[in-house]
Design a protein around this ligand. Structure first.
Ligand code: B16
Ligand code: MG
Length: 216
């Protein structure tokens, strides 16, 4: 079967910004008098900024006013943005550029389906934004992952149906979103979620599209 479109999650798939998110959330949790571990962070991967903060507040056993909630969102995002300022073309994860180039050479459409409201800025820093036919981010959806909307909108923006596309994800919420939308999913970079997806590769260097198509 021929794949006509590839849809990439951003954080943890195209670029390893998950660590930056983690550090910024850890500092936010400290303001709530709470510790925040990498295990806790697993639950936040792929989910929106607002839903992430709600989980951290629950973990901290805290209650906050609407004003303080907004202040914490700004606080986290400022730390995060400051930490990614120096991202550049060399920071795309292993195998990303090769896979994007392979797709371009074979007339395969490219999309991004990310929960991040900072996705466009990061794609610009990586200097890969122009390669994509559709970019759907946290600003363009009403229902965040695990709802399939972000991936369905990306497929629609590429003029394709879910059955024609492959989604690449690193997070449980993202894999569930893609599966709910009827997509085949390749998990990458996070062995914890491997069994939820149709296939798993440590890095995109290990992914061979022609071989995968033959297995379908
Ligand atoms: P922002 P993805 C997600 O991006 C991240 O995995 C998650 O850690 C983050 O909280 C979320 O974006 C929102 O990001 O605060 O930049 O809007 O993995 O869906 O590309
Ligand atoms: Mg991700």
């Amino acid at each position: 079967m021929k794949i006509k479109g590839l849809i990439f999650d951003l954080d943890g798939v195209l670029v390893s910004t998950e660590k930056n998110h983690f550090i910024a959330w850890k500092k936010t949790a400290e303001r709530l008098g709470s510790d925040f571990t990498e295990m806790d962070n697993e639950q936040l991967k792929g989910i929106s900024r607002v839903d992430s903060l709600k989980k951290i507040i629950t973990l901290a056993g805290a209650t906050v006013s609407t004003e303080y909630f907004e202040e914490l969102l700004v606080f986290k995002n400022e730390i995060y943005l400051d930490s990614i300022r120096t991202l550049g073309p060399g920071d795309a994860l292993a195998g990303v550029l090769e896979l994007l180039q392979h797709a371009k050479a074979h007339d395969i459409k490219l999309g991004v389906g990310s929960s991040s409201k900072n996705a466009n800025a990061i794609l610009e820093l990586l200097q890969i934004k122009d390669l994509f036919d559709a970019i759907i981010d946290g600003n363009g959806v009403s229902a965040p992952k695990p709802d399939p909307e972000v991936f369905l909108n990306a497929a629609q923006g590429m003029g394709l149906s879910a059955a024609d596309c492959l989604v690449f994800e690193d997070a449980e919420s993202g894999i569930l979103a893609a599966k709910a939308g009827g997509f085949k999913v390749i998990a990458t970079g996070n062995p914890h979620v491997a069994e939820l997806a149709d296939a798993y590769v440590d890095t995109l260097t290990d992914f061979n599209l022609s071989l995968y198509e033959k297995s379908l």
